[in-house]
Design a protein around this ligand. Sequence first.
Ligand code: GDP
Length: 440
Amino acid sequence: MFDNLSDKLDKAFHILKGHGKITEVNVADTLKEVRRALLDADVNFKIAKDFTARVKDKAIGQDVLTTLQPGQLLVKLVKDELTELMGGDVAGINLSGTPTVILMSGLQGSGKTTFSGKLANYLKTKKGKKPLLVACDIYRPAAINQLHVVGEQVGVEVYSEPENKNPVEIAQNAIKHAKASGLNVVIVDTAGRLAVDQEMMDEIARVHSAIKPQETLFVVDSMTGQDAVNTAKAFNDILNFDGVVLTKLDGDTRGGAALSIKTVVNKPIKFVGTGEKMDALDVFYPVRMAERILGMGDVVSLVERAQEQFNEEEARKLQKKIAKNEFGFDDFLTQIQQVKKMGNMKDLVGMIPGASKAMKDIEIEDDAFKHIEAIIHSMTPGERSKPSIIDVKRKARIAKGSGTKVEQVNQLMKQFDQMSKMMKMMQGPGGKNLMKMMSG
Ligand code: GDP
C-alpha cells in the first residue's frame, strides 16, 4: 500500500539526516522532495503545493531549526498535514432509520458489487445488523448474478427483480420487503457505466430521490489516480454523497486518489477495500493511514486485528498444553490459521513500524505459510502430537509428501522447537506477566 510514496518521503527526510546542523536550506530541500513525492503519487499540483506551503508555515511558526530534533518534528508536521489531507477525524457510517438505506454509486468496475457484499458482511458480523442486498442493475443480468454470488458468500439475502426494468421500483419494493421481513439495513447496488454519462446520472438521481438513503456512498477504484477525483466530482454534483469508498488499495496504487478526494469534494473517505475477499474491508482512519505512509506502522490496527481473533478460552487451553509439554504441530497449525485470518502478510508487515522499509526488497508471498501448512499436513497424527518421533526417515517421507525439501522440514522443526522453548519460558514466573500483557 503506497509503497512508492512511502519510499520517496523516506528519501526526502534523509536529506535532514546527513547533516550535523540543519539549515533553512535543508528544510526547503526536504519540502521540495516531499512535494515531488506527492506529485509522483498523482496528487493534484495545487494540492501538493498548498500542502508543502502549510508545512513550511508551521515549521517556521514552531521554529523547527531551534528544536532538539528538527528532523523528527518535520516528520510530525508532515504526518499531521497528511492526516488533515485525508480527512482529519474518522468518519462513521450513519445507521439511523428503519431500515437504514445505503445507496452505492460509482462507475462500472469500481468495485461496487464487491463492496456491497463486504459492507453487508461487516454490518452483519461487526454491528449485529440484518442487511438486505438489492440488485438494481437493469442492464447487465451478469451483475445481478454476481450480487447473488456475493450474497451467498456472506450469508445475506439478495433482492432482485430480473424482469423489472425500473430501478426506482425495484429499490422501493426491496425496502418494503426488508420492512416486512424484519431486515434493518438495505444496501442498494446500482448500475454503473464505463465513464460518466448523462443517462446513468439521471437514473441514479431518480433512485436517490425516491428512496432517500441515509448514506450515499461513492465507490472508486484507487488505481485510477486523477480520474478518480474527476469522477468523484461529477457524482458529488448530482448526488451530494456522504462518503467515499476507495477500493483496490491493496494493489499498486500510487495513492493520489486517497490524498486528493477529500480536498476536492470535501467528503470523507469512510472505507477502503484491500482485496477481493469479503473480509477485505477496512474502516478508514486518516491518522493511521498517514502513519503507515510515513513508515511509522499502524500498531493500533494490528492489535485490533489480533484482538478480533483472540479467544480467551482457546488461549487458556493452549497455556495448559504448553505447561504439560503437549504443544504439537496441530496447535501450531491453528496458530497459523489465526494469524492468516488477521489479513494478508504484506498488509500485516506494513502495520509494523519500520518493517515495510526493512523488508521492502523481500518478496512476501501472499500465502507465506503455504509450505509450512503442506509439511504439517503430510505428518501423521502421531507425528503432529509428538514431534520428537520424527527421525531422518520420517523427514524424508514428509518432504516428499508435501512437495518440499528435507531442509525445509528441518527448518520448520527447528522453528517449532524454538517456539516451544520460548513458550515454555513464558510460562515461568516472569513470563506469566508477559503473557498477560500480550493478551491485553
Ligand atoms: P462493479 O462493476 O462496480 O460492481 O465492480 P465489481 O465489484 O464487479 O469489481 C470489479 C473487479 O474488481 C472485480 O474483479 C473485483 O474482484 C475487483 N475488486 C473489487 N474490490 C477490490 C479490492 O478492494 N481489491 C482488489 N484487488 N480487487 C477488487
